[in-house]
Design a protein around this ligand. Structure first.
Ligand code: BGC
Length: 766
């Protein structure tokens, strides 16, 4: 975990040195070092022969060394003598968080030139939504519904990170997230397996490029395998209970998509899954990942997640944890040293077989070969690619496309250029905060805020009052100043939300309203009668019930990254029309969570007709459940805003639904079309979405499932025909017998602007 990442280096030599010498004497009668390139590779794949030849030469200690990923501080710069020695002895396979080009180069030199078999290291880092040029947080990137821009963002991240010698990123996070209390929802693509899968493919393509072998390729890591987002109550690290059908039909899907896109690695998750911690879970690591998906890359644990199996109440001690993890098929251990300390003993006792260890090493070496590290272990230290102009342009475009317009009463947006603005709020000029969670390398000095952009472009028309020291400030001492500025303006732009540290790992919240006194300040500002445009920068959906009526517009900006300021100003002034769409259903109140569009129907589905509000129940009403359905008396049953929702500055309608057939046979497809019209007065983008429902099946299916989407930009008055194809595979699901099937029967479909609206049709599967 990044906040406690000074790992136990001091104990390292104490524990390690003696056994290592002994092992060296016993096993290191290793042959004279020769470069791997010289290994004869006459038959078979280019890698497998090389891998086998190398494994045949490796000592037990070196094999175990390949499974060790050492941590260094994400903030520190030093390189200890102990670490260098461990590398020389071949006792490390990878590093994470090593800072500085010179350090990377030095450790790689030691590995390649001085370790027994010259096996190169892989240097890893959490490059989550940009390296230096920071893009919107992943939840914001998902809100673009634009895989191309996500691919571009991760390509930029790869170009920048690899220029520093980093060749492996711990991204993308593919955890389906249906609980906005969970801080790590910020790192996810939201609640839906289809959208998350599309994003997964885009991230993998962008990070890894066309070939893992390229010097700008950043090996991707699908995390956290699996179920981390299903943490009970949204409390980080908590228990996940996910039945098998849900696991396969929802939680595993994006990981499978990443596998199909060629992802190099996965990371296990901290949580237990149905009673077995993910890092010791043979079902997911072996049966699913290896035996069913044929994954041949490697799997790394999460930070100390192997030894955390002790706290889970699963392993009695580190040795037992190492045994469970290795036998489950976990190849590399991040930071804790259970493998390092116990694998040798476990092998000798026969508790872990040498074949198992060899397989783990094979998986790791395979990726090192695929990455070309044996041929080109060193990186070019003289590149100058950080914050390149085209990187900043892409970051701005991603931020523009990510922001979601939730409300726009009386078309208060876009702002007329002549208007005097009171710019108020704790995040209007908070460069560090707008970068969001997981930005080890982003720099506030390079970040452009709304204030700096507005002042530059509109100068005297803008008066800035911060109003609150930060997003959690409860003091009203600056309210008067803010109100005064508001009264002198034509319009208030309030930029609030959450500081970066309020979301991300270990930062769950039980109340997801705007924190601090932001609601109070907005309430006071509303009393001035001036229109209020509320811009929210946050890492999760924010419940808006207390203030929604008091503001005229809400533009949700997520944490938009380095270029958040210019992106926001373009949207505020209508240089671009908002085109972001929600990747999550937006709760009215935390009591509604989980609220997601792809829920099951239940035996008493909620509906407008059956809903009775708490205020409408007659006093002394007869205690009866009849007529009532699955809803809350106070909060109803629908979210504040549905999945897929977002406004633009124009207006669209969709009409003329057609379908090529009313039945779908084996090998066939149904083509559905509709015409999208821009009936407003300006160019804008709509995201047209296709949803399907399998009405009756051998296990109940969700009321709707996203199966396709298209981002379409149209000039005012223009129209375009939108086409989707549906085939049997798209409709398949994992049934109660553990088989993927598409069952015959009736299906409904919708083409529309979000999960709650749309033109509908139906068809039969034969
Ligand atoms: C997180 C991972 C991250 C790792 C390394 C862990 O605490 O759960 O997502 O990649 O630390 O920083």
């Amino acid at each position: 975990m990044f906040l406690i990442c000074e790992y136990q280096q001091n104990d390292y030599m104490k524990i390690k040195y003696l056994p290592i010498l002994l092992v060296l004497l016993t096993f290191c009668a290793s042959p004279k070092k020769e470069t791997i390139n010289k290994i004869d590779n006459k038959a078979g794949s280019p890698y497998e022969d090389k891998i086998e030849a190398l494994i045949a030469k490796m000592s037990l200690q070196e094999k175990i060394g390949q499974t060790a990923q050492r941590g260094t501080s994400s903030r520190g710069k030093g390189l200890s003598e102990e670490l260098k020695q461990a590398v020389r002895e071949g006792r490390v396979g990878s590093f994470l968080n090593l800072k500085g080009k010179a350090n990377v180069a030095e450790l790689q030199r030691l590995a390649v030139e001085e370790s027994p078999n010259g096996i190169p290291l892989i240097f890893a880092r959490d490059v989550i939504h940009g390296y230096k040029t920071i893009f919107p947080i992943p939840l914001g990137q998902a809100a673009t519904w634009n895989p191309k821009i996500v691919e571009r963002g991760s390509r930029v991240a790869a170009i920048e990170a690899t220029s520093m010698g980093i060749r492996w990123t711990f991204a993308p996070m593919l955890d389906i997230s249906r609980d906005p209390r969970w801080g790590r929802i910020a790192e996810s693509a939201g609640e839906d397996p289809f959208l998350t899968s599309e994003m997964a493919k885009a991230y993998v393509k962008g990070f890894q490029g066309d070939n893992l072998n390229s010097q700008t390729s950043l090996a991707a890591c699908g995390k956290h395998f699996v179920g981390y987002g299903a943490a009970e109550g949204g409390r980080d690290y908590n228990t996940a209970i996910i039945h098998d059908q849900l696991l396969h039909n929802v939680y595993l899907k994006p990981f499978k998509a990443a596998k199909e896109a060629g992802i190099a690695t996965y990371m296990t998750s901290f949580n237990e899954l149905n009673g077995i911690p993910a890092s010791g879970n043979k079902y997911i690591l072996q049966d699913v990942l290896r035996d069913t998906w044929n994954f041949d890359g490697f799997v790394v644990s999460d930070w100390n997640s192997i030894t955390e199996m002790i706290a889970h109440g699963y392993s009695e001690n580190p040795k037992a944890a190492a045994k469970s993890a290795a036998n489950a098929g976990l190849d590399m251990e991040m930071t804790s040293q259970a493998y390092d300390n116990h694998l040798e003993e476990l092998i000798k006792e026969g508790a872990v077989s040498m074949d198992q260890l060899d397989d783990m090493v094979r998986n790791i070496l395979r990726i090192k070969f695929k990455m070309g590290l044996f041929d080109t272990p060193y990186f070019d230290k003289n590149q100058d690619v950080l914050y390149k102009e085209d990187h900043l342009v892409s970051a701005k475009e991603a931020a523009v496309q990510s922001m979601v317009l939730l409300k726009n009463r009386d078309d208060v947006l876009p702002i007329n250029e002549g208007r005097k603005i009171a710019l108020i709020g704790p995040l209007a000029d908070a460069p560090h905060e707008q970068l969001g969670t997981w930005t080890f390398d982003g720099e506030k000095e390079h970040t452009v805020t709304p204030l700096s952009t507005l002042t530059k472009q509109y100068g005297k028309k803008v008066t800035y009052v911060k109003g609150l020291a930060n997003s959690r400030d409860n003091s009203s001492k600056d309210f008067k100043k803010a109100i005064k500025a508001a009264k002198k303006s034509d319009l208030i732009v309030f930029v609030g939300g959450e500081e970066a540290i309020l979301s991300g790992e270990a930062h769950s919240r039980a109340n997801i309203n705007l924190p601090g006194a932001q609601e109070e300040l907005l309430t006071e500002l509303a009393k001035t009668g001036k229109p209020i445009v509320l811009v929210i920068m946050a890492g999760r959906p924010i419940t808006l019930g207390n203030i929604l009526d008091k503001v005229d517009a809400v533009l949700f900006a997520w944490h938009p990254g380095t270029m958040g300021g210019p992106a926001l100003v373009e949207l505020l002034y209508g240089k671009a029309s908002p085109s972001g769409r929600l990747p999550v259903s937006w709760p009215k109140t935390v009591g509604q969570i989980p609220v997601h569009y792809n829920h099951k129907s239940t035996g008493r589905p909620a509906s407008k007709e059956s809903f009775v509000h708490i205020d409408d129940i007659p006093e002394f009403a007869w205690q009866s459940s009849l007529g009532n359905t699955s809803h809350y008396l106070d909060a109803g049953f629908s979210p504040q805003y549905p999945f897929g929702y977002g406004l633009t500055y124009s207006k669209f309608n969709c009409e003329g639904l057609t379908q090529s057939s009313s039945s779908l046979s084996n090998g066939g497809k149904i083509v559905v079309t509709a015409t999208l019209n821009n009936i407003g007065d300006r160019k804008a983008t709509e995201v047209v979405q296709l949803y399907v429902q399998d009405e009756f099946a051998s296990i109940t299916r969700p009321v709707k499932e996203l199966k396709g989407f298209k981002r379409i930009t149209l000039e005012a008055g223009k129209c375009e025909k939108v086409t989707f194809e549906i085939n049997k595979e798209d409709l398949s699901f994992y049934n109660a017998d553990g088989e993927w099937v598409t069952e015959a029967g009736s299906f409904k479909f919708w083409i529309g602007p979000n999960a709650m609206e749309g033109l509908s049709g139906s068809f039969e599967v034969e």
